[in-house]
Design a protein around this ligand. Structure first.
Ligand SMILES: Cc1cc2nc3c(=O)[nH]c(=O)nc-3n(C[C@H](O)[C@H](O)[C@H](O)COP(=O)(O)OP(=O)(O)OC[C@H]3O[C@@H](n4cnc5c(N)ncnc54)[C@H](O)[C@@H]3O)c2cc1C
Length: 327
């Protein structure tokens, strides 16, 4: 990794005196892993995000915009550049339309929309991280996903150097996918359309979702959620390749035409597999957890081991859901 020069650091800090040097990313990721960001900026507004980005660009420094760090694995060596963390928490309501800053926590937004008497975003209560990150990866659970709620996304198109407003279709949402994963953008504002509903019912739904998650996911663990994407199939012959003789596939997976990566990992008896201080969660096969003191290298080694086993035994190439920074 090319080191930033003293001059670059001085010039950046004269524009952003609050920028911290060598901020440990393990303090900003749910995995509690990651070395230092050479410079770290908290962005409380669009001006902050764009100002930090423009300055980094002008000084020819690598940059990254992150949200809550709940889907992120940062290298042990950290990141030789500027990490900009969104913290703008603005939410505004206009009847069923909700406008949200990227730094709003997804869970907090779910509760706020329920309190406002809106329905359609209760599922968001269980998704860690922020709305910018949720749009980036089209986050979803319990039958809902960002794709169902988002009407417009305001962003900065890094390649074409201009502000853009994308409709839902233009965001090209797919399963844990969006155009933002393929073309560099900074997500600056998200507009969503929900439905008028009942406050009490919406709150009840959130409580149900939260209690279901408690039953199926490791609680209080240091993790980035699902490490791998689930595996889609389109027809019977593709399905046959994904499973082994005698396997009973849960009806929900058959209906969705999507085999849970965690289910495949469980079938291969990999739950509990440990490398260094990283472990395949004994509760959920697709969650890799930091048992305390794990390095990014431990997680990469464990993730590679799981991928290799799944490839060798089932002929499936698992794709990463977790995003990497500094590798
Ligand atoms: C316990 C646990 C459970 C989880 N359960 C789910 C689940 O049920 N469903 C699900 O979909 N996910 C789940 N996740 C994964 C994670 O919560 C989501 O992917 C989440 O939406 C990521 O948001 P974040 O703000 O933390 O993004 P980060 O982890 O900070 O970043 C993820 C990516 O988004 C990019 N990004 C973030 N903000 C912006 C922005 N403003 N502009 C441009 N790019 C940006 C980053 O550069 C990075 O590449 C879970 C994670 C954990 C830890």
């Amino acid at each position: 990794m090319k080191q930033l020069s003293d001059q670059q650091i001085t010039d950046f800090k004269s524009a952003f005196p609050s920028a911290k040097e060598n901020e440990l990313m393990s303090s900003h990721t749910y995995l509690k892993i990651g070395g230092p960001a050479r410079l770290y900026v908290v962005a409380n507004s669009v001006d902050d995000v764009m100002g930090a980005f423009q300055k980094a660009k002008e000084l020819k420094m690598p940059w990254a915009v992150i949200g809550g760090g709940s889907n992120l694995l940062v290298a042990d060596e950290g990141f030789q550049g500027v990490v900009i963390q969104t913290m703008d928490r603005a939410i505004s309501f206009d009847e069923e339309t909700v406008t949200v800053a990227p730094g709003v926590f997804t869970g907090a937004l779910a509760k706020a929309t329920a309190d406002e008497g809106l329905t359609g975003f209760e599922w968001g209560a269980g998704v860690p991280g922020m709305i910018g990150g949720a749009v980036y990866g089209n986050a979803g659970c319990f039958g809902g996903e960002m794709k169902d709620c988002v009407t417009f996304v305001e962003a900065y198109d890094v390649k074409n150097e201009k502000g853009v407003v994308y409709s839902n279709a233009e965001c090209r949402f797919g399963y844990r996918d969006s155009r933002f994963k393929h073309e560099p953008h900074i997500i600056l504002k998200v507009t969503m359309k929900l439905q008028a509903g009942d406050r009490v019912e919406a709150r009840k739904k959130i409580d149900e979702i939260m209690s279901k998650r408690k039953d199926t996911q490791p609680q209080g663990a240091f993790t980035a959620g699902c490490m791998f994407k689930n595996v889609d199939f389109t027809n019977e012959s593709e399905l046959e390749k994904l499973i082994r003789e005698g396997d009973e596939i849960p009806p929900a997976m058959l209906q969705q035409k999507r085999i849970a990566a965690g289910w495949l990992i469980d079938k291969l008896a990999l739950k509990g597999k440990t490398i260094g201080k990283a472990q395949v969660s004994p509760v959920h096969g697709n969650f890799l957890v930091n048992l305390g003191g794990a390095t990014a290298q431990d997680v990469v080694a464990l993730s590679s081991f799981v991928k290799m086993k799944v490839r060798d035994d089932l002929g499936i190439l698992l794709e990463d859901e977790v995003q990497y920074l500094g590798f």
